[in-house]
Design a protein around this ligand. Structure first.
Ligand SMILES: Nc1ncnc2c1ncn2[C@@H]1O[C@H](COP(=O)(O)OP(=O)(O)OP(=O)(O)O)[C@@H](O)[C@H]1O
Ligand SMILES: [Mg+2]
Length: 335
């Protein structure tokens, strides 16, 4: 499989009154064409900042990428200027967010907005270009399952349901044939049936285009059903990564174990009902991370081991290929 995106040792910080705060630290992963990578973790763990870093959307100031590289199509996105990043966003990387209304313009018709995105790469579009873009907008609406696409193209965002609006966002995102699609909580605002339809649509689009998808979500059930590999983040770092079945069925980091136990599972569970056990304590303050393992203060498997409080564990191989865990005692966690 061809790699479409490679992130190496990415660190993104925010300058705050309390000094420099790392939102993402030393993040590395690769995404292949046609693959879906899930990023999960509690609120504030750095999921969105990691995605915004790729898209060149970290607000600067106060944010900045201090180190690392983001290789896309043989080019490092770190260090590109605003104009170059905007060009990358419109063509090679696209995004969809939780709230389509925040990305759609309420006073412009749907079709015109999609056409505008298509035309934004032409300096002086001719009348023929405009007509072609309008036709393409209708085709795109049809390709994402919007019924009566010609009629919908003439409507305004508020005339569409949440699920239809998210379909429009997917059409817009795919209009320039991107290599990478970043979807940050794309279905969180939708009910379960519509959620499933949108995820099915994303997989369908991926099958047609081989776009690499980064799916950011709190929802482990969504991850279980829709991603190939998963990356679990805690306090800005990856604590565990691997093929999705492997990580969800045999988690090798105490945080992943806790996350799975605290999540209402859509996975089939042996023995019927499962009790939910919340992870004790709160995520750490990113401005004051503990010196050893960031998860140590909440870890129920630590016992009285000193190492966890003094030395930061580095990701290392767990049992199988491509399954990494950043726990000093990875060999003792067998689920
Ligand atoms: N504009 C900003 N200024 C300062 N700090 C920020 C800013 N944006 C994000 N952060 C910090 O970066 C860290 C990571 O935030 P991020 O939004 O990536 O979390 P997340 O994992 O996406 O959470 P959620 O699940 O709530 O969306 C947090 O500690 C957050 O406070
Ligand atoms: Mg987020």
């Amino acid at each position: 499989m061809t790699t479409c995106l490679s992130v190496r040792n990415l660190t993104t910080v925010f300058d705050t009154k309390r000094g420099e705060v790392a939102a993402v630290t030393d993040l590395s992963y690769e995404l292949s064409a046609g693959e879906t990578l899930g990023i999960v973790g509690e609120s504030g763990s750095g999921k969105s900042v990691s995605a915004m870093s790729i898209l060149g959307l970290v607000p600067r100031p106060p944010g900045r990428i201090v180190s690392g590289e983001i290789m896309l199509n043989g080019r490092d996105l770190v260090g590109l200027d605003r104009g170059e990043l905007r060009a990358v966003r419109g063509s090679e990387v696209a995004m969809i967010f939780q709230d389509p209304m925040s990305s759609l313009n309420p006073v412009h018709r749907i079709g015109a907005q999609i056409a505008e995105g298509i035309l934004s790469h032409r300096r002086r579009p001719s009348r023929a270009d405009k007509a072609a873009a309008n036709r393409r907008a209708v085709e795109l609406l049809e390709s994402v399952g919007v019924p009566a696409p010609e009629k919908r193209a003439r409507q305004y965002p508020h005339q569409l349901s949440g699920g239809m609006r998210q379909r429009v966002m997917i059409a817009m995102a795919m209009s320039c044939d991107p290599k990478v699609l970043v979807a940050d909580e794309p279905t969180t605002a939708l009910d379960a049936t519509i959620q499933a339809q949108i995820m099915r649509l994303l997989r369908e689009v991926q099958g047609r285009t081989q776009v690499g998808i980064i799916l950011i979500t709190h929802d482990i059930g969504l991850v279980a059903q829709n991603v190939d590999r998963v990356l679990v983040m805690y306090a800005g770092r990856v604590v565990e990564t691997g093929p999705v079945e492997e990580v969800l069925e045999h988690p090798r980091h105490p945080y992943t174990v806790g996350l799975l136990r605290s999540t209402p599972s859509k996975l089939p569970v042996n023995g019927g009902r499962r009790r939910l056990t919340p992870i004790p304590g709160l995520p750490p303050n990113p401005a004051a991370l503990p010196p050893g393992c960031s998860f140590a203060p909440r870890c129920t498997l630590r016992g009285d081991r000193e190492l966890c409080l003094t030395e930061r564990p580095l990701p290392r191989a767990a049992v199988s290929d491509g399954h990494l865990s950043a726990c000093h005692f990875v060999d003792e966690i067998v689920q």
